[in-house]
Design a protein around this ligand. Structure first.
Ligand code: CDP
Length: 224
């Protein structure tokens, strides 16, 4: 039987990853978080004192030394950077901004997109990111563009960070998010953009369960 692919794109904090995890479990798909891959490359640059925008070319020169792997443990994606499980330490605001920077570099994107396509070839996936419907999997069976107002997204992300024990103000999170949205949607190569054939779902007024219901029913109606 043919593998199914669901592409979910949208800006930071729209709820892509939390919703995708539940949808994956309900429908028996593998959830692929592509943002984690950009975060792992950013972590490598930060840990090695490199500019995440590659101003001096150091990051590009080191790309061969960066090995990214993903594995699934109890249905959860774990990401490995040169053999080390970095799933927990890639969620800081510093790494978020770094990821948005490394994501502007075509050399980084080409390396990661190859890995993402390989994963989708082998199994049925729900893959989240910024360019899945437009660039990584242009023939995905279902394409969703998930968004919410920037204030709603910043509020959710702030709550998440505080729950994890990161001390950060709402204003800082909001500013970071606005910066990242701009960075992601204005970059030249594979920017954040709704695919022409993607359905737009705005979750500003929905709580988590309502968002999951909306997406599940859209997928079920369109997956034939
Ligand atoms: O979880 P959040 O939405 O905050 O971010 P993420 O999905 O982990 O992605 C982190 C950064 O990686 C984004 O700001 C994008 O710049 C970049 N990214 C990308 O360019 N393309 C993807 N397919 C996924 C992430």
């Amino acid at each position: 039987m043919k593998n199914i692919s669901v592409a979910i794109d949208g800006p930071a904090g729209a709820g892509k990853s939390t919703i995708s995890k539940v949808v994956a479990k309900t429908l028996g798909l593998i959830y692929v978080d592509t943002g984690a891959m950009y975060r792992a490359v950013a972590l490598y640059a930060i840990q090695n004192g490199m500019d995440t925008k590659n101003a001096d070319g150091a990051l590009e020169k080191s790309l061969d030394k960066i090995s990214i792997d993903i594995a699934y443990q109890d249905g959860e994606q774990h990401i490995f950077l040169n053999g080390e499980d970095v799933s927990g330490i890639i969620r800081t605001p510093e790494v978020s901004m770094g990821a948005s920077n490394v994501a502007t570099l075509p050399c980084v994107r080409l390396k990661l997109v190859e890995l993402q396509r390989e994963i989708a070839k082998k199994q049925s996936v729900i893959m989240d990111g910024r360019d899945i419907g437009t660039y990584v999997l242009p023939s995905a069976d279902i394409k969703i563009f998930l968004t919410a107002s920037v204030e709603a997204r910043a509020k959710r992300r702030h709550k998440e960070l505080i729950e994890k024990g990161t001390s950060v103000s709402y204003e800082e999170v909001l500013l970071d998010m606005q910066k990242r949205d701009l960075n992601d949607s204005t970059r030249a190569f594979a920017p954040l953009k709704q695919a022409d054939d993607a359905v737009l779902i705005d979750t500003t007024e929905y709580d988590f369960d309502a968002s999951v219901d909306k997406i599940l029913s859209h997928i079920k109606e369109n997956m034939k």
